[in-house]
Design a protein around this ligand. Structure first.
Ligand code: EPZ
Length: 437
């Protein structure tokens, strides 16, 4: 802290990425494990009171560290080494997820269902605001109530208990498709008495993987991978060894990095079937896409064709790729329209992309991208995870040097992103800087 006359200036040491643009990406790279699958899987370990879980292919990311910290706080024992997480929840005694941890990550709400199902009581701090608009949790609470929980909100906490002693199977019909609420409902229903049916369930691969994980633990779930799930409650589940799936959003981001630089890359360790909507859009944009059972090769065209996308629940184009697609379309030969039907206000990246020279307008929940624009490097600020990814993509093609500040957003969800991009020919260095407030 510096005291200058009447002013007190605090400074924080943070990481930034310094990107020298203009390198065509070329080569092979392997996808990391999925963040958004790891989180519900780790939460689901709370359902079991004995044994040790061995979870492989867990990405080494800040969000995973934060979530593991939350489990520690509840009493779990964890060890993480070389992407394998060993987890024992047998000594968990606390049922309270505190604000200090929940505020760091909204996905902490995933502990609600498992804690309630195992202990009959859970207290989870209400998650705060979000950088890209309202993110309510009403559907999580509705699902718990349907299963017989009594919920009250007091002193900033969700307090959930079961007056009947045990959750009871029920019919849960989600008015909106929600990944998190479907995950929580599933994790509660697997220990409920009787049968639960979920309609309009999220069918995202992250939920499909959670179902596979719960089934491997001994749960009975029908309809995996569809929007209608049926769960027979079990008395007890068991700890297992499990291989996590690849991160489809990281994979899409790396393909966009190749496409924006006019490059050609092969991604290994992926399942192209989970990326059909995204791959179709790359093809529409003029990219050549070849797939095998576990790889995707993308060759960029001479000129990118403007391609509209609408982000909607799976199997449609994912909202988590919307920002990266906007960055890509700044280089397409014409105008493209990007609509987000999940998070209508998720456009914080646009003013920053425009600072790099893009010409993007926002019309309600649509972004109108006028390409091609020559981008030129400057200092830009990350505001959330995928917004940061879009700035890195823009930096790869911008003339000169782009500095992306507040990289901690990016580190929440991309494992060694600059190492991976540099291995494909990018020129990115990570540096410390002081941010004054
Ligand atoms: C998950 O968030 C992902 N997070 C998000 O990824 C992703 O953007 C989102 O799903 C949509 O695909 C994790 O998996 C940890 P939702 P989640 O509930 O589960 C509304 C990233 O960048 N809704 O599927 O919180 C909500 O407002 C992150 O990795 C309610 O109305 O999202 C939204 O419009 C960011 N009430 C829609 O449902 C509720 O109770 C879908 O949200 C819950 C959600």
């Amino acid at each position: 802290m510096v005291n200058i006359g009447f002013f007190i200036i605090a400074s924080n040491l943070m990481d930034k990425l310094v990107i020298k643009g203009g390198h065509r990406l070329k080569g092979c790279v392997t996808a990391s494990g999925s963040k958004n699958t790891s989180l519900p899987i780790i939460a689901a370990t709370l359902l079991v009171g004995s044994g040790t879980f061995r979870l492989h292919h867990i990405p080494d990311l800040q969000d995973i560290k934060t979530f593991t910290q939350l489990l520690h706080h509840l009493g779990a024992e964890t060890t993480f080494s070389e992407n394998t997480l060993l987890l024992s929840t047998r000594n968990v005694e606390s049922i309270q997820a505190p604000y200090e941890l929940v505020k760091k990550m909204r996905a902490s709400i995933y502990v609600l269902g498992p804690l309630l199902a195992r202990f009959g009581h859970a207290r989870v701090s209400l998650p705060g605001g979000c950088a890209f608009g309202p993110r309510p949790i009403d559907l999580h609470l509705m699902a718990m109530e349907k299963l017989g929980a009594q919920i009250s909100i007091e002193t900033g906490f969700i307090d959930a208990s079961i007056p009947g002693g045990k959750l009871r199977g029920a019919h849960i019909d989600f008015p909106v498709s929600s990944v998190g609420a479907t995950g929580n409902a599933l994790m509660a229903a697997v220990l409920a008495e009787g049968t639960t049916t979920i309609t309009n369930a999220a069918a995202e691969p992250e939920i499909e993987t959670l179902c596979q994980f719960l089934i491997a633990m001994g749960a009975t779930i029908r309809g995996t991978g569809t929007t209608e799930l049926e769960i027979e409650g079990s008395d007890a589940l068991q700890a297992i060894e499990f291989n996590n799936v690849f991160d489809r959003i990281e994979a899409g981001t790396l393909l966009a990095a190749a496409a924006i630089t006019g490059g050609e890359i092969t991604l290994n360790g992926v399942d192209p079937d989970q990326m059909k909507a995204v791959l179709k859009k790359f093809q529409h944009a003029g990219c050549q896409v070849e797939t095998t059972a576990n790889s995707i090769t993308l060759k960029s065209p001479q000129k990118l064709i403007p391609t509209d996308v609408t982000a909607k629940p799976y199997p449609a184009f994912p909202t988590d790729m919307q920002a990266q697609w906007i960055a890509l379309m700044t280089q397409a030969e014409g105008t493209s329209l990007i609509t987000d039907k999940i998070y209508h206000e998720r456009f914080n990246h646009i003013p920053e992309l425009n600072r790099l020279g893009a010409h993007i307008e926002i019309l309600k929940n649509k972004a109108v991208v006028h390409g091609p624009q020559k981008l030129s490097g400057t200092t830009v600020m990350s505001t959330d995870l995928r917004a940061s990814a879009s700035l890195v993509l823009a930096g790869l093609v911008a003339e000169g040097t782009t500095e992306v500040l507040r990289v901690y957003h990016l580190d929440r969800g991309y494992e060694q992103i600059e190492v991976k991009l540099n291995s494909l020919g990018a020129e990115i260095i990570r540096e410390k800087y002081k941010e004054f407030s």
